[in-house]
Design a protein around this ligand. Structure first.
Ligand code: FES
Ligand code: FES
Length: 153
């Protein structure tokens, strides 16, 4: 039986047929040139590959930060996926991107797209606060090896 998957990548509707059940979103994105989503550990531990996955749940849009390296494309039917390329531009950065620049939250930059996507998802979370502990929890899945976490938080 042929299987068809439909989801949005940014504002573009993607219709895929006969997707391998082992194809990860990370591999699919990078093969399409969306290389802002980084490959680090490739096993869900570092957060470099974080993207936003939006789903309608109970009449409400639920925004989640998801590790693309452990997200199978075949499970995205009905979702909308945003990558770092969808978030802002050099002339019109997302507020999280602006804050990362202003607070010196990036050095080598490898982890930065993942942190930005996690924080962008957190901003969409009902009841999100600027409380340090809540932010630490929201960023618990993202690792940075050079900046240190204080400027990022
Ligand atoms: S590459 Fe490390 S969590 Fe995906
Ligand atoms: S800025 Fe280099 S790993 Fe975070």
């Amino acid at each position: 039986m042929r299987q068809t998957i439909r989801f949005y990548l940014g504002e573009d509707l993607c219709t895929l047929r006969d997707v391998s059940p082992t194809l990860t979103l990370l591999d699919w994105l990078r093969e399409r040139g969306r290389t802002g989503t980084k490959e680090g550990c490739n096993e869900g531990d570092c957060g470099a590959c974080t993207v936003l996955v939006v789903r309608l749940e109970d009449g409400w849009l639920n925004w989640r930060a998801v590790n693309a390296c452990i997200q199978f494309v075949s499970m995205l039917d009905g979702a909308q996926v945003y990558t770092i390329e969808d978030l802002g531009t050099p002339d019109a950065p997302h507020p999280v991107q602006s804050a990362m620049v202003e607070q010196h939250g990036s050095q080598c930059g490898f982890c930065t797209p993942g942190f930005v996507m996690s924080m962008a998802a957190y901003r969409k979370t009902e009841g999100a606060s600027a409380d340090d502990q809540a932010i630490d929890d929201a960023l618990a899945g993202n690792l940075c090896r050079c900046t240190g976490y204080a400027p990022i938080v």
